[in-house]
Design a protein around this ligand. Structure first.
Ligand SMILES: Nc1ncnc2c1ncn2[C@@H]1O[C@H](COP(=O)(O)OP(=O)(O)OP(=O)(O)O)[C@@H](O)[C@H]1O
Length: 314
């Protein structure tokens, strides 16, 4: 195994035409390397191609062309090994209602050819907090419990790479925290590489060390989360004046000024072009006494919006 858990080169996928629907090119030549041990975020607007990419990794969708290596195994050359190295928690709650969690995990382990003596069913039930429900029918489980069971099913063969497709979509905060605690633990204690898609950019910002942004079937950015956010040039300075200010002070060109409802003055400008000191100086020169001062840095949401909105529609 090299340093990368996943290596993707020139990956394309075109879904065939069906009925009145024309063929759809969902992936247009994706190159992507995901380092072993990472918590890696795959972000993009609806329809960008994230699920297609994940489903190809999982062996659920056939690629049209390109190379995929999972844990060093080429999907075309070593399909069995590459499949054994990856576990996928899908988006849909596709659980057989007549299986109990214990049975569902056992069946899944059987599908992966895990011998009975090597199964870790009890350990997984405990990790996902379903010990109490181990023998209840799945149809009696809450949505949150089913989701945890899906995570459990992805773990039966102890994969080195765990892929999570929107793991926390529509789940309450408590369950979200629990899922993340589980996932972080897997990453820290077992060194499992985690790849996830999420619509919660704040969550991606907190969880993922590295991120790829995919749009219209192409990777349009791939960097550490910090570096991606660092690319954004915008900065906002928020100044709370000692006394209410009627007319905002004159500013150097390129500074946008607004007054917030609480009376704070805010100034937005490009860090690369205007020094914060110059903005503060302009405020002081206008005779304003500053009570408090704060800056607002861009976040992942700003990066995402800027990158994905600049390319237009498909
Ligand atoms: N089975 C299919 N047949 C035809 N087109 C498909 C199929 N699956 C996906 N597509 C199309 O391929 C494109 C990419 O879809 P995909 O589901 O990969 O996007 P996504 O980024 O996962 O979106 P979402 O966030 O909504 O899940 C979309 O235009 C979608 O309509």
């Amino acid at each position: 195994m090299g340093e990368n858990a996943i290596e993707i080169e020139g990956l394309t996928k075109t879904y065939a035409a069906s009925g009145s629907q024309p063929p759809k090119q969902a992936l247009k030549g994706v190159d992507l390397a995901i380092p072993a041990g990472a918590i890696f975020g795959l972000l993009g607007p609806n329809g960008a191609g994230k699920s297609t990419l994940i489903n190809i990794l999982a062996g659920l969708v056939l690629k049209s062309s390109g190379k995929v290596r999972i844990w060093g195994f080429d999907q075309d050359v070593n399909p069995r090994q590459s499949r054994a190295a990856i576990g996928v928690m899908p988006q849909e709650l596709n659980i057989d209602p007549f299986f109990t969690p214990r049975a569902a995990l056992e069946v899944q382990a059987g599908l992966y050819g895990v011998p009975k003596s090597q199964r870790i069913t009890d350990r997984i039930l405990k990790a996902i907090g379903l010990e109490d429900k181990a023998d209840a029918y799945a149809r009696n489980l809450s949505g949150g419990m089913r989701r945890r069971l899906l995570l459990g099913k992805a773990l039966v063969h102890r994969p080195q790479v765990l892929v999570l497709d929107e793991p926390t979509a529509g789940v309450d905060i408590e369950l979200r925290q629990m899922l993340w605690t589980n996932i972080r633990r897997l990453n820290e204690e077992q060194g499992t590489t985690i790849i996830l898609t999420t619509h919660y950019l704040e969550e991606a910002e907190q969880m993922c060390g590295e991120i790829a942004i995919i749009n219209h079937g192409e990777v349009i950015a791939r960097d550490s989360t910090a570096a991606l956010i660092g690319r954004m040039d915008a900065k906002t300075l928020v100044i709370h004046p000692e006394d209410p200010v009627g007319t905002p002070p004159a500013m150097p060109p390129g500074v946008e000024t607004c007054t917030r409802r609480d009376g704070a003055l805010c100034f937005t400008y490009r860090r690369s072009q205007i020094a914060t000191g110059a903005v503060i100086e302009a405020v002081r020169s206008a005779g304003i006494t500053i009570r408090d001062i704060a800056t607002e840095e861009p976040n992942l949401e700003d990066v995402f919006v800027e990158l994905t909105s600049s390319r237009g529609a498909a």
